[in-house]
Design a protein around this ligand. Structure first.
Ligand code: ZN
Length: 376
C-alpha cells in the first residue's frame, strides 16, 4: 500500500469512520459512568445528612470533617440549619472557619444560613461574624440571637444590647451619599429638616439630647420625618466618656434612654464623639469598641468631613464636601447640627443641589444596619 494509492485512501476513510463513531461513544460512556458516580455520591451525602437529622448517623465533630461533607452538598442552607439546631457552638466554630476553608475571605451568599431558630433566643448575647473584604465586595454579616458571648462588662446594663436578629447582605451603595448631622438637636435642627424635606432626602442624626421638652419634640420630628436617629453622647465630654468602658457605657445608656423615651426608637447605630479614633480614647478604644460590638451596636465614622465644627467658611465647607465626595465610592459626610451651625444651614442646600445635578448621579440615603459601616 503506497501513500496516495486507492487502497491507501480506502483504509484512510475506514479509519476516519471508525474514529468518528468510536471516540464519542467512548467519551459518552465515560461521562455516564462519572455522572452515575456523582449521583451516587450526592445520594450518599443526602443519606448521611438525613441520617444525622434522624439521629441515626453521628454529626462530624470537627470543622474540617464538616467541611468535607458540606462542600459537596447541594442544599447547604438546610445543612447549616440542621447543624445550628444540633450544636450551636460547633455551628459557630464551623461558620467562622468556613471562609478559610473555602480559601476565600468572603462567605459566599449561598451559605449564609437563615436566622437561627427562635428556641435559641432565651439567652442574651450576640455573635457577629464579619469578614474583612475589599470595599467593592458586598459584605455579608449575620448576627444570631442569642449571643452566647459574655464579657467582664455583661453585668452592666445587661438589657442594653441590640436584639435585632440580622441576616444582612449589605446594600449595593456605590455613589450613595449619606448626610450625617452630629450633636443636635439645636436651634438649627428645623432648618436642616426643612431643606432635607424640600429635596425629599433622608439623612442621619447622631444626637446629644438634653432630655428637655423642646429637645424631645425635635427628636420626634427627626424620627417622624423618616430620618435615622443614632446615639452620639449625653455629655460629649471626651475626658469623661473615654475614661473607661464603664464610663462610656454610662454615657451611651443615658443618651439611648432619652431617645427611646422621646421617640420609642431603640437605636442600633451610633457615632463616637470625635470619631472612633481620637486623642482621648487611645487607652480604652479597643475595649469600648469590642464591648459595643458584642452588644450588637454598629458605629459609623465618616469619609467626608465638611469641617463645619472646625469653623469652616461657606466656601471651605462647599469645597470640602464636593471634593472629598468625588474621591470616594460612597460618602458618609460629617456635618453638625449645633448652635454654631449657621454656616452648615447656609451651605446645605447648595451642597445638595450640586450633588443632585452632578453627572455621577449621586443618590442620597440614610444610614441603616444594612449599610456597610465606614470606620476608621
Ligand atoms: Zn460630636
Amino acid at each position: 500500500m503506497y501513500f496516495g494509492s486507492v487502497k491507501f485512501f480506502k483504509h484512510l476513510i475506514i479509519g476516519v469512520i471508525i474514529l468518528a463513531i468510536a471516540v464519542p461513544t467512548g467519551i459518552s460512556m465515560g461521562l455516564s459512568v462519572s455522572n452515575k458516580k456523582k449521583t451516587d455520591e450526592i445520594k450518599s451525602l443526602q443519606a448521611q445528612v438525613s441520617g444525622i437529622s434522624t439521629g441515626d448517623t453521628a454529626m462530624p465533630d470537627t470543622p474540617e470533617a464538616l467541611f468535607e461533607l458540606y462542600k459537596n452538598l447541594e442544599d447547604k442552607e438546610s445543612f447549616l440549619k440542621l447543624l445550628s439546631e444540633y450544636d450551636s457552638e460547633l455551628y459557630d466554630k464551623f461558620v467562622k472557619s468556613l471562609p478559610a476553608m473555602n480559601g476565600d475571605n468572603t462567605i459566599p451568599a449561598e451559605v449564609v444560613p437563615s436566622p437561627v431558630s427562635t428556641t435559641a433566643s432565651t439567652t442574651a448575647a450576640t455573635t457577629t461574624v464579619t469578614t474583612t473584604v475589599p470595599e467593592e465586595v458586598p459584605l455579608i454579616e449575620f448576627t444570631t440571637t442569642p449571643p452566647p458571648e459574655v464579657s467582664e462588662y455583661s453585668d452592666i446594663y445587661p438589657e442594653l444590647y441590640c436584639d435585632t436578629t440580622k441576616n444582612v447582605v449589605y446594600d449595593e451603595d456605590k455613589d450613595c451619599v449619606y448626610l450625617t448631622f452630629d450633636d443636635g438637636p439645636s436651634q438649627y435642627t428645623e432648618n436642616i429638616l426643612y431643606y432635607l424635606d424640600q429635596y425629599n432626602i433622608k439623612a442621619t442624626f447622631f444626637v446629644v439630647p438634653s432630655g428637655s421638652d423642646e429637645c424631645n419634640r425635635l427628636l420626634r420630628r427627626i424620627v417622624d420625618e423618616g430620618h435615622t436617629i443614632g446615639v452620639h453622647s449625653k455629655t460629649h465630654v471626651y475626658n469623661d466618656i473615654y475614661e473607661s468602658v464603664e464610663a462610656y457605657l454610662k454615657d451611651f445608656k443615658e443618651c439611648y434612654d432619652i431617645i427611646y423615651a422621646a421617640t420609642g426608637v431603640k437605636c442600633e447605630l451610633f457615632r463616637f464623639p470625635g470619631g472612633s479614633i481620637n486623642d482621648f480614647n487611645e487607652e480604652t478604644r479597643d475595649e469600648i469598641i469590642a464591648e459595643m460590638t458584642r452588644r450588637g451596636f454598629v458605629y459609623f465614622d465618616w469619609n467626608v468631613d465638611s469641617n463645619d465644627a472646625g469653623g469652616a467658611t461657606w466656601t471651605e465647607m462647599y469645597t470640602n464636601v464636593l471634593e472629598q465626595t468625588a474621591n470616594v465610592n460612597r460618602a458618609v459626610i460629617l456635618m453638625h447640627d449645633h448652635n454654631n451651625g449657621y454656616n452648615t444651614v447656609l451651605v446645605l442646600e447648595d451642597i445638595i443641589k450640586a450633588l443632585l445635578t452632578d453627572e455621577r448621579g449621586y443618590k442620597f440615603d440614610k444610614l441603616t444596619n444594612t449599610v456597610r459601616p465606614v470606620q476608621f
